[in-house]
Design a protein around this ligand. Structure first.
Ligand code: 5GP
Length: 174
């Protein structure tokens, strides 16, 4: 499938979650058997055989994609969640929102230092969330090989920010 095919399988919702926002709704891609399979295949393609130890998925849509990506790479899966959702001891990282700040968490023992990690989410916009996740993983000793997303909003500069941290970035639709 071409980037245009993937783009066509994603629905855009106007004024969600706030007036003036154009929300890229990837549930339509997930519901399309061919598009979902091809999206996962294309996201993992550069890392087939790369010995990725863990796939880290960002709540919530990153869990859906990340589980499929981890299965494909025979890697473990690590959930990165909004604060207060994980049952065991956690490590936290603050990250920038459009207005203000929030925190994400990961279990303290989710990564063994030196493990090679692929970060997965559905979309990168400003890169605040993904940058926070990379820092959290690195703080726990992970080697973050790359981050992959279905959608990049390049005008917001998130992918460039991640590349600046030395993380390779793969996206399917810009
Ligand atoms: P960032 O931190 O890069 O500004 O925003 C990315 C995060 O917000 C991701 O976790 C992503 O799921 C969510 N997000 C922001 N805008 C959209 C959107 O238009 N569509 C979807 N599906 N997620 C979005």
């Amino acid at each position: 499938m071409t980037p245009a095919d993937f783009a066509a399988s994603i629905r855009t919702i106007e004024n969600y979650p706030k007036p003036g926002i154009l929300f890229r709704d990837i549930t339509t891609l997930l519901g399309d058997a061919r598009a979902f399979r091809r999206a996962v295949d294309e996201l993992v393609q550069p890392w087939a055989g790369a010995k990725i130890d863990k796939v880290a998925g960002i709540e919530a849509r990153g869990f859906i994609l990340g589980g499929a990506v981890a299965h494909q790479l025979s890697a473990g899966f690590v959930p990165i969640r909004k604060k207060g959702k994980l049952p065991h001891q956690t490590v936290r990282m603050a990250y920038a929102l459009e207005y203000g700040e929030d925190e994400i968490e990961m279990h303290v023992d989710a990564i063994t230092p030196g493990q090679r990690v692929l970060l997965v989410d559905d979309l990168i916009a400003t890169g605040g969330t993904a940058t926070g996740a990379v820092k959290l993983l690195q703080q726990c000793g992970a080697v973050v090989e790359a981050a992959c997303f279905i959608v990049d909003l390049p005008d917001l500069g998130g992918a460039e920010k991640l590349r600046g941290l030395g993380v390779a970035v793969r996206t399917l639709v810009a």
